[in-house]
Design a protein around this ligand. Structure first.
Ligand code: NAG
Ligand code: NAG
Ligand code: NAG
Ligand code: NAG
Ligand code: NAG
Ligand code: NAG
Ligand code: NAG
Length: 328
């Protein structure tokens, strides 16, 4: 009886394997390209169904999500990654021994919307061919060993919604083309902790960006275009740069602004009293600049029971009033 049952079931077991042979071949190539792949990925065998391990499309059974995190796989990103043609998510995250450049073969991932290679030791330039990933919405390349400039081609991505290039060793300035992004709005743009420099393009002020982080670079000149009462920004961090502009007449998006950090620059003038209308503000730091005059008050903060303490204002040229010394 048992034997009969097994006989009946065995063809069924073979029949129900979902993994597409092309995806299986790519995944096995991926595994074998790493010196320690066979050891660390020993469960990836020719007779295991890749759709048990990775997310596959319900109808086509093609692998749609290839995510590897916290892995000691040692070597470069194999070209075989481009054979997983139906990926929507590619995520290689926290892989300290992943080295070498981002391979050209990734341009075959025409459906990828979420592209994440972060916390690795991938190096070289950010390839301008990333702009061939026409469906991409999020590009996360933070915490790698990337050098060179930001490719201006990224501005042509029609659906780009988040770009995080923070914590690399990027140089050069923000491409002029970023002010004319094809994508209608960005939820987030982070370029922090690099070695970027120069003026930021004026046109970047016209973009709708919800969170912008340019901190810890060596940008200089004017950043006042990032501010404005009609611009939908909820978080602005330009701290630890060389920005030098008059703060007196900037205005804020009072309905959305909740974080503002301009500390450690050479920003001068006064803190505009219009900032008091930003009632959702939760974090403020204007310290270590060249600001002067009276700190506006009273704050009408909805999400904070107390207003900001003196560490938000210290080390300016001549700011006065609560929480610093009284104005003369
Ligand atoms: C890159 O490699 C260095 C040296 O092996 C290591 O200390 C560092 O943590 C690695 N970086 C990342 C982001 O894993
Ligand atoms: C961009 O997003 C829209 C809306 O989600 C979608 O219809 C369109 O196909 C996307 N474009 C590309 C190139 O993926
Ligand atoms: C980072 O990249 C540089 C070359 O750009 C290389 O010399 C260095 O070894 C890389 N660091 C790691 C930890 O891979
Ligand atoms: C930052 O840029 C200024 C010019 O604006 C230059 O003098 C300075 O050397 C740069 N600092 C670093 C650390 O690159
Ligand atoms: C700020 O605006 C006031 C009033 O419009 C104007 O008089 C002043 O010149 C402006 N200051 C700067 C530095 O633009
Ligand atoms: C900031 O406030 C703390 C106590 O709240 C005080 O000890 C310190 O002297 C103040 N610093 C300045 C620069 O006002
Ligand atoms: C503001 O930045 C300065 C300088 O980095 C720091 O000392 C201070 O603690 C910060 N204050 C707040 C409230 O973040």
């Amino acid at each position: 009886m048992l034997l009969l049952l097994l006989l009946l079931l065995s063809p069924l077991v073979i029949f129900t394997e979902r993994c597409h042979p092309d995806d299986k071949a790519a995944i096995l190539k991926f595994k074998n390209s790493f010196s320690n792949g066979p050891q660390l990925l020993s469960g990836w065998t020719p007779d295991s169904d890749c759709c048990n391990r990775f997310e596959c499309d319900e109808t086509t059974n093609r692998v749609t999500d290839f995510s590897i995190t916290n892995s000691d796989l040692a070597g470069t990103i194999p070209d075989a990654i481009g054979d997983l043609k139906y990926l929507k998510t590619l995520r290689l995250h926290k892989m300290p021994f992943l080295i070498g450049e981002i391979p050209k073969s990734i341009t075959r991932l025409k459906y990828v919307t979420f592209f994440d290679i972060s916390w690795t030791n991938v190096s070289g330039h950010i390839p301008s061919f990333l702009s061939e990933l026409q469906s991409v919405m999020f590009i996360y390349l933070s915490f790698n060993n990337l050098t060179g400039p930001i490719p201006s081609s990224l501005s042509t991505l029609p659906n780009l919604s988040g770009l995080d290039l923070s914590r690399n060793r990027l140089t050069g300035s923000i491409p002029e083309s970023f002010g004319q992004l094809v994508s209608p709005s960005l939820q987030g743009l982070s370029l922090s902790h690099n070695m970027l420099s120069g003026d930021i393009p004026k046109s970047i002020g016209d973009m709708i960006i919800y969170q912008i982080d340019l901190s810890r670079n060596n940008f200089s000149g004017d950043a006042s275009m990032l501010f404005g009462a009609s611009k939908s920004k909820s978080a602005i961090d330009i701290s630890r740069n060389n920005f030098e502009f008059d703060f007196t007449n900037v205005s804020f998006m009072a309905e959305t602004l909740n974080q503002l950090d301009i500390s450690h620059n050479k920003i001068y003038g006064k803190i505009p009293s219009q900032i008091l209308e930003a009632s959702f503000l939760q974090f403020l730091n204007v310290s270590y600049n060249r600001l002067c005059g009276e700190i506006p008050s009273p704050w009408k903060l909805k999400y904070r029971s107390e207003s900001f303490d003196n560490s938000s204002f210290i080390h300016n040229r001549c700011l006065c009033g609560s929480p610093l010394v009284q104005c003369k």
